[in-house]
Design a protein around this ligand. Structure first.
Ligand SMILES: [Zn+2]
Length: 163
């Protein structure tokens, strides 16, 4: 996550979509790969993070970005565990594989940022390019609505109704 040029879609959205896909695939390794691919499809959807990024990537605020990423990651894992414990998963191994695959690119992104872009610079460039395929900058509010909508739709597909 983070940096001035790379985008963030909340990990909780990535993880839930990855879990949904992996839940429907066998074996778990295929779910993992499909989850990994889903990351890049989701990232290509404009999701209004550019502004948030610019705010948080300012010098002295990197600890906020790190804290947000950790909270987001914990929320993502918790949500998949809740789906599992609640009996919403048909194929728990596949769902966890998909969720891990879907989060992994941003974990590598975070490690690369921490290394001051020394690690995997080509991956960093690819992730950035993929994130800008559809180059529309949405407001934080509208982008947040899109992310929330994706999350709620996927949860509903799992059979979990919040609204
Ligand atoms: Zn990403």
């Amino acid at each position: 996550m983070g940096g001035t040029s790379n985008g963030v879609m909340f990990l909780i959205v990535h993880a839930t979509v990855g879990a949904m896909i992996g839940d429907n695939l066998e074996p778990p390794a295929v779910g993992f790969l499909a989850g990994l691919l889903s990351h890049f499809f989701l990232d290509a959807i404009p999701h209004g993070d550019e502004l948030l990024e610019r705010e948080l990537a300012r010098p002295g605020r990197i600890h906020w970005l790190a804290a947000l990423a950790i909270l987001d990651g914990l929320a993502a894992i918790s949500l998949v565990v809740v789906l599992w414990l609640g009996g919403f998963l048909n194929n728990a191994a596949g769902a966890f594989g998909g969720a891990v695959g879907a989060i992994l690119p941003d974990v590598f992104l975070g490690l690369s940022e921490l290394s001051k872009k020394k690690l995997w610079p080509d991956f960093l460039r690819f992730h950035d390019w993929n994130h800008r395929i559809i180059n529309i900058e949405l407001s934080l509010y509208f982008g947040g609505l899109i992310q929330a909508a994706v999350l709620l739709i996927v949860l509903r597909l799992f059979g979990l109704t919040i609204f």
